[in-house]
Design a protein. Structure first.
Lengths: 194, 394
């Protein structure tokens, strides 16, 4: 069967890359090259270094396997990939909870010998606001936390968050509103602004 | 631009927290891409230079293709209320009559729950076999025991696990308390808090499965209908309020996810005898569930109820719940590949958690045979950030 060899120099949209990868799996490497750093950074923030490699790998393995389901009308695959990432994180919710619990505990129990948090600065994290924020994030509903962090940490637009999570934009707004209200209440300088 | 006009201080604070945790974009190590390439299959690869080093996309690594099918090596299964061929140790929970009904019976006959003192603990030993994906080593198969002690008082309980495996998803706990991990917190009994209540007769799953969600108590009385509703509540508590995900669920244990199966075992292992039949029937009636019999190593025949997953965001394995063919007591969980993956054929059991023994003991750390291991009991013995402290301090 004749198939187009993937030419990494012939860059196109993510949709082009996904379509090309259906005939030539090697093309999928370009999608990895484009988005793995963002996925990996997002996972590092949400789960810490211990889980990041596995979650990033699982995200792209899953994406490869279901790439025929990608909405080819989308130019960017990042929301789709981050949606898969969120799914992978949700399946490891215990690890995320433990990560946030660790961060939230740092104020009261500074890091020392035998206690380590990968890839984070002890100095930076031993701050009250971070501990409060981590505790607040831990208390959020999972769906609310997903929306908040896709906006704040992955810098997705509302419509992209909706695409990633498969929910209406209105739900994105309501979840974000709720998450922000709860996080705001946890800040030492919280006010009544809405 | 994601930020909306009038962005609030809290958004800035959250963003700054993220920036301190890690850069927004971090290139993964080459081993990650190698692992991904190794786990993708299908198609013939053109023989031109790949992007980066390592195997080509779609070409399975030898290591991945060589993953051994899980060997179902278990021993001495003694499910709650069944002798399972294992000599009953002193304090073993007596058998229940709940499972005498035909498997297809829709009406659950309730069994009586033997009384148990509030200051005693349910000891559960689980034998597990897991295939753990490692970015560096590919799939690594590990096997071991996981012991837990669930306290029986009415103020709630902490299930403490004594596991030896490198537990996925337990990194932080492992770092905080090497060799020990608290995998599940059973919350306080919000309705009663009755000292002396029978844990197995009135289990409170006030367990905080996810922030904002509580796994509710098993309904009392536990009927097929009430347990069906309870399963939905469990799923919603664990999965969250995503309608798509909840609708896609086909097995109640799916929600616990990889690395979280011990929690699922905790929840279903502590079903009291009076609730077994209702749970069995309710799980059997899940949409899409299929029921058949399987032979599980030396433990013989069990009833398997398979539930599909596939929330549309992944290609998760099927989850299989195992039940004793006679008592219908929950005996464990298997993860089964729904399709060929990583060189393994569909139907391969990739993870397994079997309850080997349950017994009532006097304190955490005690074994039915009289031996014991040290288990932290008081809040001061737990790390400061451990959520179990709050439960123990009540």
């Amino acid at each position: 069967m004749a198939m187009a060899r993937w030419d990494a120099d012939g860059l196109g949209t993510d949709s082009d890359v996904v379509v090309a990868s259906l005939a030539d799996p090697e093309a999928f490497g370009e999608l990895y090259r484009r988005h793995a750093p963002a996925v990996h950074g997002f996972v590092l923030r949400r789960m810490g270094a211990e889980q990041a490699d596995d979650v990033t790998a699982d995200t792209f393995v899953t994406a490869f396997r279901i790439r025929d389901r990608f909405d080819r009308t989308r130019d960017s695959a990042r929301p789709w990939l981050l949606g898969i990432t969120v799914h992978q994180i949700s399946r490891r919710w215990r690890a995320e909870r433990a990560h946030l619990t660790t961060l939230a505990a740092l104020e009261a129990a500074p890091l020392g010998p035998g206690r380590s948090v990968p890839d984070v600065s002890e100095v930076a994290l031993a701050r009250s606001v971070d501990a409060r924020l981590a505790a607040a994030l831990r208390r959020l509903r999972r769906g609310d936390r997903d929306v908040l962090l896709l906006v704040a940490w992955a810098e997705l637009e509302y419509a992209e968050v909706a695409e990633a999570l498969g929910i209406p934009v209105g739900t994105v707004r309501s979840r974000l509103h709720r998450a922000r209200r709860l996080v705001r209440a946890a800040l030492p300088t919280s006010n009544q602004e809405d | 631009m994601a930020a909306q006009p009038g962005a609030m201080d809290e958004m800035t604070a959250v963003r700054q927290l993220g920036e301190r945790l890690a850069p927004a974009e971090v290139s993964p190590a080459l081993r990650v891409e190698a692992a991904v390439r190794g786990r993708t299959t299908g198609g013939v690869r053109p023989a031109r230079g790949p992007l980066g080093s390592g195997p080509r996309w779609g070409a399975p690594l030898v290591a991945a293709a060589a993953v051994a099918v899980v060997v179902l090596a278990t021993r001495g299964l003694t499910p709650l209320g069944a002798d399972g061929g294992r000599p009953a140790a002193a304090g073993d929970v007596p058998p229940s009559s709940a499972g005498r009904q035909p498997a297809g019976s829709a009406s659950a006959k309730r069994a009586s729950d033997p009384p148990m003192a509030a200051d005693r603990y349910v000891y559960t030993r689980v034998r597990f076999v897991e295939g753990v994906q490692s970015a560096e080593k590919g799939f690594v198969q590990v096997s071991g025991e996981d012991e837990s002690w669930a306290s029986a008082d009415g103020r709630g309980a902490v299930v403490q696990h004594n596991g030896s495996r490198p537990a996925p998803g337990e990194g932080s706990y492992s770092a905080m308390r090497e060799g020990w991990r608290v995998a599940t917190q059973l919350g306080p009994d919000r309705r009663a808090g009755r000292p002396g209540q029978d844990l197995r007769g009135d289990v409170r799953f006030g367990w905080t499965a996810s922030p904002g969600g509580q796994v509710p108590a098993l309904p009392d009385p536990a009927t097929t209908a009430s347990v069906e509703a309870w399963l939905v509540q469990v799923e919603r508590a664990v999965v969250g309020d995503s309608p798509g995900r909840v609708a896609a669920l086909r097995a109640p244990t799916w929600a616990f996810g990889p690395g979280n199966q011990p929690e699922a075992v905790d929840v279903f292992a502590l079903i009291p005898p009076s609730g077994r039949e209702a749970v069995f029937q309710a799980v059997s009636r899940r949409p899409g569930a299929t029921r058949h019999t399987v032979t599980v190593g030396e433990n013989g025949t069990m009833i398997a109820i398979d539930g599909g997953t596939g929330a549309g965001r992944g290609d998760d394995p099927w989850v299989r719940m195992l039940f004793d063919p006679t008592t219908h007591a929950f005996t464990g969980i298997q993860d089964v590949l729904a399709a060929e993956q990583d060189g393994l054929p569909a139907g391969t059991v990739v993870k397994q958690y079997l309850i080997e023994q349950q017994a009532v003991v006097d304190r955490p750390g005690s074994h039915p045979d009289g031996t014991s291991v040290p288990v932290p009991l008081t809040p001061s013995q737990l790390p400061t950030g451990d959520p179990a402290r709050a439960h123990l301090a009540r």
